[in-house]
Design a binder for this molecule. Structure first.
Ligand code: HEM
Length: 493
């Protein structure tokens, strides 16, 4: 009997200690309102019931304002789509890391690459990888961007006159092939798993499993993952991906580059850099493989979704497609498989506005998660405690009516006319994030997307029965669609 009473007392004391150790989070609830949800579950149920619909955060914001506190299980999450608050967070040196749980999920599926590193490890890695994204390196990829887009066009050609067709898988394939070659070198094209689609299938699985492990950290436990039957599939998928990377790295390790022959750009590609770091002892093989996988993962779906969303918007709004075509016809008078150079890309000012507007309405990464490494005081006086999870809701920031006006949900490239964009808060448009931890591949993404868009829009007139309201779903932490967007293609002269 005494033992039972003792256990109850210990239990109560442990509970009081647990609450006391988290008092800073409960104090924050007094300053920042939000849904409390169910005990122990918080708002997880609503999130799951709504199939991770991005619209849910918008509905909560309508009730509690653009910055609110919600609970995912017992974890408090500050969600914001308020440009001032986003600016405070993105300019703070104490909000640069993701949570350890999110980083572990990325590492177990892709390896220890830049996206998953924290603190000084991330600073060091970022410094090492920045040269791989300098302008001369990105420009050296133009032949790959052009060649792969030509291959995409030869598939799209077969869709002409066939009515509405699903082209997203083809755009994903284009982006995957491009990302792999620019990261690991064009030798990858000879590999069987690359050619027959096995690599893409396994790569996608590692990305899906990363999302699962972020949302449900319990599956990071290998015993639980085995019981759920997902551990075997994860091991197989990471093996297929890493095996190829390892082979390509080993080949490159045995070739001694002729420094006089090899251009500076080639010496700075991701694979060249990771090989140099293995040789100098700064990287393990695991670091090198992880870095390559993370680069492909960060690059391929984001760029594909952006190109595809832009095409879909233009198919939905023919007046903007016609304006883009007039500019393209001027820069590329003849249709066909013309080469797109950087000089020509610089002339495409209307296409640039179209691309920005598409990234505003459908940012390929709609949410960013961060964790405070120290207390952070916001400019509105609110004190964010240490170890608080932050969620920057890019999707709703980009549709915030206070920033973008009453027609914020409407596609309108004129939002990016110099006289209009200059009036918008700097942190109201952040598709690539801003600040120290912004997207390292932003220039790459813009150039790759513009090559593909130029060639597709110059060669085909697009139409669709897809409508704006079908656009707003989120799955696997990237944008998904309520209804499949299908496009109809007609050839242009
Ligand atoms: C339209 C396409 C793209 C969009 C919208 C996009 C957006 C973003 C965003 C919002 C982040 C911040 C994520 C976070 O902090 O959690 C990010 C990070 C990153 N992106 Fe991109 N990205 C795109 C394309 C690319 C490409 C093509 C590459 C590489 C070739 C790339 C490589 C990376 C890397 C490595 C990071 C992590 C940077 C770090 O943690 O220091 N991205 N991207």
């Amino acid at each position: 009997m005494i033992t039972l009473q003792l256990w109850i007392a210990v239990g109560i004391l442990a509970w009081i200690y647990f609450l006391w150790s988290r008092r800073r989070f409960y104090l924050l609830m007094l300053r920042v309102k939000g849904p409390v949800g169910y005990p122990f579950l918080g708002s997880v149920v609503g999130f799951l019931r709504n199939k991770r619909n991005i619209g849910l955060a918008g509905k909560v914001a309508e009730k509690y304002g653009p910055t609110f506190l919600m609970w995912m299980g017992t974890v408090p999450v500050l969600v914001t789509s308020e440009p001032n608050v986003i600016q405070d967070i993105l300019t703070s040196p104490h909000c640069l890391d993701k949570s350890q749980t999110a980083c572990n999920a990325i590492i177990m599926n892709s390896g220890p690459g830049i996206l998953a590193l924290r603190g000084s490890h991330w600073v060091e890695r970022r410094r090492k990888m920045i040269p791989a994204f300098k302008k001369n390196v990105v420009m050296s990829f133009l032949p790959i961007f052009n060649e792969e887009t030509n291959s995409l066009l030869s598939v799209l050609d077969t869709f002409v006159g066939q009515g509405e067709r699903e082209i997203l898988p083809n755009v994903l394939n284009w982006s995957f092939r491009t990302a792999y070659q620019t990261t690991l070198g064009s030798d990858v094209k000879a590999n069987t798993s690359f050619k027959n689609g096995t690599l893409l299938k396994n790569f996608k699985y590692t990305m899906e499993n990363t999302t699962l492990a972020i949302l449900f950290p319990l599956v990071q436990n290998r015993t639980i993952a085995k019981l759920l039957g997902i551990e075997k599939r994860r091991t197989e998928a990471t093996f297929v991906v890493n095996e190829l990377t390892k082979t390509l790295i080993e080949e490159k390790m045995t070739n001694t580059p002729d420094e006089n022959q090899e251009s500076l750009a080639i010496r700075n590609t991701v694979i060249s850099r990771v090989v140099e770091f293995i040789k100098s002892g700064e990287f393990s093989y695991e670091d090198a493989e992880g870095e390559c996988s993370i680069m492909v993962g960060a690059s391929f779906e984001t760029t594909a979704v952006t190109v595809f969303s832009t095409l879909t918007f233009l198919a939905m709004f023919p007046e903007y497609q016609d304006a883009a075509f007039v500019e393209l016809k001027d820069v590329f008078p003849n249709a066909g498989d013309f080469e797109v150079s950087n000089d020509e890309i610089q002339k495409l000012v209307y296409l640039d506005r179209v691309l920005n507007e598409s990234l505003r309405l459908i940012p390929a990464i709609p949410l960013i998660a961060r964790e405070t490494s120290q207390e952070v005081k916001l400019s509105n006086g609110i004190l964010l405690p240490k170890s608080l999870t932050l969620c920057l809701d890019i999707f709703h920031t980009h549709r915030n009516k206070d920033s973008w006006g009453p027609e914020a949900d409407k596609f309108n490239p004129d939002n990016f006319l110099p006289e209009n964009i200059s009036k918008i808060h700097q942190y109201a448009y952040i598709p690539f994030n801003k600040g120290k931890r912004s997207c390292i591949g932003m220039k790459y993404a813009e150039i790759a997307a513009k090559v593909a868009l130029s060639k597709i829009l110059r060669n085909y007139k697009l139409s669709t029965s897809f409508r704006t309201e079908d656009f707003v779903f989120i799955e696997n932490l990237s944008i998904d669609f309520a209804k499949k967007p299908l496009l109809e293609l007609q050839r242009r002269d």
